[in-house]
Design a protein around this ligand. Structure first.
Ligand SMILES: Cc1cc2nc3c(=O)[nH]c(=O)nc-3n(C[C@H](O)[C@H](O)[C@H](O)COP(=O)(O)O)c2cc1C
Length: 215
């Protein structure tokens, strides 16, 4: 598929078919993700793939902890967000909420769905060794960008999941991830459910002149 078409079409998938993902498909996706550039080619990303019953067990643990600790998906900002940024968040809700089943609360759908990787057959947990400074998170972000685009090109859906970093200890224990690694985020990966209205939600972007300046 043409790159521009992939970029324009991709959006986060929040309902997946129960169809398992073959290991070769996941390996191809990760191989494409690791084609991303990184500072002095350090390739600081590390991926742990979780599938099947192991993934559902992990999801149950995360949903339980999320409820116990009352953790919610949010901007994780250092100060209250100004109105123009709050507006972007509201617009995301506006495009998803009308597509949820009647009576489903938006925040519950996002919080519980995220901790369950929206039922995806595979989750990729992205970690980084603590030897690196925070600057190297940029490299991981680029690799995840490659991943979501490559996945779309392969007919797969993805949803980046940031909330799971709040459960780093639980994830590290469940997946035997070494103590000196930081859990940065996860990505739910699978075949998008074509009949789910929520997958038709397409979030908006502000016009480029609002985020770019030319000198
Ligand atoms: C770093 C990062 C963390 C995210 N965390 C979550 C999350 O925890 N739960 C969720 O439903 N979506 C999450 N998303 C998806 C965003 O909500 C989504 O990318 C954004 O609204 C734009 O929509 P689009 O991906 O459909 O274009 C995350 C995206 C990124 C890049």
């Amino acid at each position: 598929m043409e790159l521009e078409k992939v970029i324009n079409e991709r959006h986060s998938t929040r309902a997946f078919l129960k169809k398992p993902l073959p290991r070769e498909v996941i390996e191809k996706l990760l191989t494409l993700s690791t084609k991303a550039p990184s500072a002095i080619n350090l390739q600081p990303w590390e991926f742990t793939v979780v599938i099947g019953e192991e993934l559902r067990r992990l999801s149950r643990t995360l949903v339980k902890r999320m409820r116990e600790r009352d953790i919610s998906c949010g901007p994780d900002a250092l100060r209250p967000l100004p109105e123009y940024l709050m507006d972007r968040q509201r617009k995301l809700m506006d495009c998803i909420l009308p597509r949820l089943e009647k009576g489903v609360n938006f925040q519950d759908f996002i919080n519980e769905g995220s901790c369950d990787f929206y039922g995806a057959p595979a989750a990729v947990i992205v970690t980084i060794d603590q030897v690196f400074s925070k600057s190297r998170l940029v490299d991981l972000g680029i690799a995840v960008g490659y991943m979501v685009l490559a996945a779309h090109n392969m007919g797969l859906g993805t949803c980046p999941i940031g909330i799971i970093s709040a459960f780093a200890d639980e994830i590290k224990e469940a997946l035997s991830i070494a103590e000196e690694k930081d859990v940065v985020m996860g990505i739910g990966v699978g075949y998008p459910d074509p009949d789910s209205p929520v997958n038709l939600a397409s979030s908006s972007r502000v016009p480029v002149h609002e985020v770019a300046r030319f000198y």
